[in-house]
Design a protein around this ligand. Structure first.
Ligand SMILES: NC(=O)c1ccc[n+]([C@@H]2O[C@H](COP(=O)([O-])OP(=O)(O)OC[C@H]3O[C@@H](n4cnc5c(N)ncnc54)[C@H](OP(=O)(O)O)[C@@H]3O)[C@@H](O)[C@H]2O)c1
Length: 296
């Protein structure tokens, strides 16, 4: 099986290179090989590679910058996934696409299910929702995996930023009124490979097409997530910042964020037998990678 993987230099794309490798030959395309802003280039690439599966973790993920670059965000998050899905439909092959908790407005009490009505608060969420709809319209068998608060040991993310700031500053002020589930990029990629393997052996992939939530279990605030990161740093660093809680109103950003974006992942567990651990367990697993290699 030939797998065309986009966004290979991103958090999830980087991990998918490895986790998809046991399923087939992974042709990994970064922006240099496949610029998703170039619609014609997408078709050409798919025709040239002739893949059996397309996996698309690439996205315009700069939530605040998207407010001032709505056309570019739309091109990458909505038009490009639509093109990939149409190319997949023409070839009769399946597509795996990723989306976000930011399609929701955060007003629900409790975790969001796949059939809850989306209502994005900003450009990023709106373009990601348009991308979901474009994939669904194209008619190829598809999985749309919505995840949340992605971090990892590589790339631009909250964990790495907080680890750096904790060493540079005396105090950190972090919002405590936005709730969600931090999710390790590696676990997303491992779960995706497992789900894909189980999906592709089903007699009818189209019957299981749709949106699935894929995030770690439990929920916390950005403040709670930071406290857990600092607790880990305390084991190894002498100097680290103290932490205070602030409301979102004290930290204005160009894009509004949902107050609650916890995702209910029961549908994925029921359909494919895959469920990610709680965010705290996942964070501990991720941070364990920090330890030096020990020869026996
Ligand atoms: N990050 C989060 O907190 C979060 C939360 C919920 C859902 N998600 C979703 O999860 C998926 C994976 O996110 P992630 O955290 O892995 O994102 P990421 O680390 O920001 O990586 C995104 C990748 O997309 C690539 N890209 C951007 N514009 C491109 C273009 N014009 N052509 C080709 N590639 C382009 C980037 O390339 P460069 O490396 O060249 O910039 C980058 O490698 C995305 O669908 C995202 O919307 C993310």
């Amino acid at each position: 099986m030939k797998i065309l993987l986009t966004g290979v230099n991103g958090q999830v794309g980087w991990e998918l290179q490895r986790t998809l490798a046991p399923l087939g030959e992974v042709i990994a395309a970064g922006r240099e090989q496949l610029d998703l802003a170039d619609t014609a280039g997408i078709r050409r690439m798919v025709d040239t590679i002739a893949p059996d599966l397309i996996v698309n973790p690439a996205a315009y993920t700069a939530v605040d910058k998207a407010e001032s670059e709505p056309e570019l965000a739309h091109a990458i998050n909505a038009t490009a996934p639509g093109e990939l899905a149409q190319a997949a439909a023409v070839r009769g092959i399946p597509l795996v696409h990723f989306s976000t908790d930011y399609v929701f407005d955060g007003r629900k009490q409790g975790a969001y299910r796949e059939d809850d009505a989306p209502n994005p608060l900003g450009v990023y969420g709106a373009t990601k929702l348009a991308g979901e709809q474009a994939v669904q319209r194209a008619g190829a068998p598809h999985l749309i995996l919505r995840t949340s608060w992605v971090y990892g040991r590589r790339g631009r993310n909250f964990l790495l930023t907080m680890q750096r700031l904790a060493r540079e500053r005396d105090t950190l002020a972090v919002v405590d009124d936005q709730f969600g589930a931090p999710t390790w990029s590696r676990l997303i990629a491992e779960a995706t490979a497992l789900v894909v393997a189980r999906w592709l052996v089903l007699p009818d992939q189209a019957a299981n097409s749709g949106v699935y939530h894929l995030s770690c279990g439990g929920r916390t605030s950005w403040h709670g997530f930071t406290a857990a990161i600092l607790a880990h740093l305390a084991r190894t660093d002498e100097k680290r910042a103290s932490l205070t809680a602030i409301p979102s109103a004290s930290y204005p950003t160009p894009a509004a964020r949902p107050a609650n974006s916890q995702l209910d992942c029961d549908k994925l567990a029921a359909s494919f037998g895959v469920r990610l651990p709680d965010w705290e367990t996942a964070l501990a697993l991720c941070l364990e990678q920090d330890l030096p290699l020990l020869a026996k």
